[in-house]
Ligand binder design. Sequence first.
Ligand code: AMP
Length: 429
Amino acid sequence: MSPPATISAVKGFRDVLPDEAGRWRVLEDAAERVFSRYGFEEVRPPVVERTELFARSLGDTTDVVEKEMYSFVDRDGTSLTLRPEATASVVRAYIEAGLAQREPAARLYYRGPMFRRERPQRGRYRQFHQIGAEIFGRDDALADAELLVMLTRYLAAVGARETRLEVNSVGDARCRPVYRERLRDFGKRELAALCPDCHRRLDRNPLRILDCKVEGCRAVVARAPVMLDSLCDACRAHLDEVRALLAQEAVPYTMNARLVRGLDYYCRTAFEVVAAGLGAQNAVGGGGRYDGLVAALGGPDVPGLGFALGLERLAIVAPAEAAAPGPHAVVLPLEARAVGPAFALATRLRDEGLAIGLEPAGRSLKALLRAADRRRARLAVIVGEEELRVGRATVRDLARHEDRPQALPLDAAAPELAQQMRTLLGSGS
Ligand code: AMP
């Protein structure tokens, strides 16, 4: 009989193996540390929502809603969707939990998986992970500036290399419609050079021609009028104030008049973090202001702003820490009789908070030491016949290749054992 076939992961879905997971943990811990300084608290919305939440918040002319959502009809006939992003969920939670009334100026951050049925390639997956932050109840430029300073501090904290912050204003409900018509007129004049998708966009949502990836369209778009030249006085003043506050804090950024966010609900400040060395998928994250969104989802007229960073891409641009440290020690039973005492030793040390590996018996000392080395352990704790006889384990410093004869009493209480182990670790480095 042939052996059973292996089962692979689904295309676009990947495993985050221990090395990478360790790196992600560093990124997540830093987010918690930095964001909390700015008053953010964590929220964990579910990954499944009603489809209409995204249709209404993202706008049904966006790529995400048009063709990238994982939607299915539940048994009771409800259309559900695996979230393609989390801002809509956070807004829903903000409204549903009554925060809009109780704590209108809530600051919430989240992390977790998002799902989009895009064409997989390096840096683009169908399940990916974001860390994001949202500020509610603030329409002043100070909130935009705070958010951007926090973002740059976070990127610095994780050691992100060669990233650049790009900023733009996409106007508001007053001035964007005027610009949209200017852009549509321009596009109609250049119709022959635009792709079929952009023809459709011109009718339904002309702003989206600005982030078309097709070469011919990009050449046309490079000559298109920009929103910055059509801003109304209020949007202009808002942008000027954000920029003055960023300048005050010496935040480096570039203005990018062609920056638009893919999602419909953005207004005024829009920004992106782009990185060299990421290839085509060069955006590490982005965000902006979405003043109409809370109201569009049935809540009160509360402004909001936020950003989302992609963990997969962040992990590429933030250099790996030194290889993840191995256990403090690995306990090595040399023979079957030593298994019980070795297990007891390991358990007591683990109970005291030390990271302890434990190998099975039945191999030579040399093989066991090799195994301990492979695990990048600092110390090997050897329990063999002689150690059982005198009641003390031998400790070997694996970096220095030297033994501390009979260093750990096998029958000591856990705290004393841990104390001695810590002394050995301290003197071993
Ligand atoms: P967006 O929600 O589209 O503004 O995306 C914000 C960030 O999430 C991007 O800059 C990427 O870092 C990340 N991201 C978005 N889509 C994907 C994807 N399909 N695969 C990996 N990362 C993604």
